[in-house]
Design a protein around this ligand. Structure first.
Ligand SMILES: [Cu+2]
Length: 397
């Protein structure tokens, strides 16, 4: 007999299950794993789908079996009429050992083949114009995780001879950016993934699976986007207080736009002309330069951070998000989101929780409102604003 309790609670439980199920129906979800937009993600999807169908068949089989047995033998408490016992039936034992084994063997063969192919790379050289000459760039990007943001380093002459084993003291790169990795669409990009502190995990669901970023290790990985576009990601290894605020994006451009981006990023910062911006630069020099780098102005030789790095600000304005990809730099109409940037400079740990006293994240700088205005006047001279299309496509909530 179905108990009175179950009769009352059953519908409630069903609603809860349905609600959980419905959350899976979001369309256009940024981190959708079932919407592959590059070759690696497609391979994973091609493995996922058949395994999922096999799992459904097994699920139905097991649950139907359980249900039928429960129904047929319900209310049978009389020991005299115990049903036939099948313990030790060799045929049955063999059957339910061999069938699952076969299923798992077939799945593992396909899984291993997919893994092998995901871990092999065949990136083609990509021609870039650097210093008036043509450089054949082996498309590689160094990905460094740090509590709680991602850094992307481009070494245009290749990674041969670049020692990545100590992520806190990496050799200078041609381009260093944070939060947004820019790549050419339709090209395979090799990644070298590492970390400056704890274990993080790099994941752009539309383009590929996850790869751990571990301190002292360099993990190879790859990405390719079929089309120009913006692909969202999220750190997926719990890494402390602001783990959920450690986001990133891949911005895939047409090859020509990408070349233009490289050219722009190679420019050192220009000297500020306005008086306010010059005052801002002085504040930067005394207060911020111990952590941040602006190419052409300072390197942070004696960095003060435990993790030994803060985002490179040379082309800050060319990024549309900051602080681990959680804030928009621009309003949808393309104007600076000044309120948010000022709030960040006023008291960053209030905007994004961090252990600033434990030297993780950016500390509150104690600037007064006049100084904040001057610093903003200086920051807006750093790098070019991207197109409205990119601002719209990269917008975060
Ligand atoms: Cu992380």
């Amino acid at each position: 007999m179905i108990s009175e309790r179950l009769r009352r609670r059953g519908p409630l439980a069903l609603v809860a299950v349905l609600l959980a199920f419905l959350t899976g129906c979001a369309s256009d979800a940024e981190l959708d794993t079932l919407n592959p937009q590059g070759p690696s993600a497609r391979q994973i999807d091609a493995l996922f789908d058949p395994v999922f169908y096999v799992a459904i068949v097994v699920f139905i089989f097991v649950f139907a079996g359980t249900f039928i047995i429960w129904w047929r033998f319900r209310d049978n408490h009389d020991d005299e009429t115990f049903p036939n016992q099948i313990h030790g039936d060799t045929r049955l034992e063999l059957l339910w050992t061999i069938v699952p084994t076969l299923i798992l063997v077939v799945i593992s063969v396909f899984t291993l083949t997919t893994l092998r192919s995901l871990n092999s790379t065949e990136a083609n050289a990509f021609a870039l114009e650097v210093d008036g000459g043509v450089t054949q760039w082996e498309p590689e990007v160094v990905v460094v995780g740090q509590q709680w943001w991602w850094e992307f380093r481009y070494y245009l002459n290749g990674l041969d001879g670049v020692d990545l084993t100590d992520a806190r003291h990496l050799p200078p790169a041609d381009i260093v950016t944070a939060g947004q990795m820019v790549i050419p669409a339709g090209e395979e990009i090799e990644l070298a993934v590492t970390s400056r502190d704890v274990i993080h995990s790099f994941w752009i669901p539309a383009l590929n699976g996850k790869k751990d970023a571990a301190p002292g290790r360099v993990h190879p990985w790859k990405l390719e986007a079929d089309e120009p576009g913006v692909y969202f990601g999220q750190c997926t290894e719990f890494c402390g207080l602001s783990h959920s605020r450690m986001r990133m994006q891949v911005v895939a451009m047409t090859p020509d736009d990408f070349r233009a981006w490289i050219e722009e990023q190679l420019q050192p910062a220009a000297e500020p002309v306005e008086a306010a911006a010059q005052r801002g630069q002085e504040i930067y020099e005394t207060q911020c330069a111990r952590c941040h780098v602006i190419d052409g102005f300072n390197d942070n030789g004696g960095a003060d951070l435990v993790s030994n790095a803060a985002p490179n600000l040379t082309h800050l304005m060319s990024r549309t998000t900051y602080a681990g990809g959680i804030f928009n730099m621009y309003e949808p109409n393309g104007s600076l989101d000044r309120t948010q940037l000022e709030a960040w400079l006023r008291n960053s740990p209030a905007e994004k929780p961090a252990y600033a006293e434990g030297r993780r994240g950016m500390p509150a700088m104690g600037l007064d409102e006049g100084q904040i205005d001057d610093v903003v006047a200086y920051l807006v001279t750093l790098g070019q604003k991207p197109s409205l299309d990119i601002i719209a496509a990269t917008e975060v909530e």
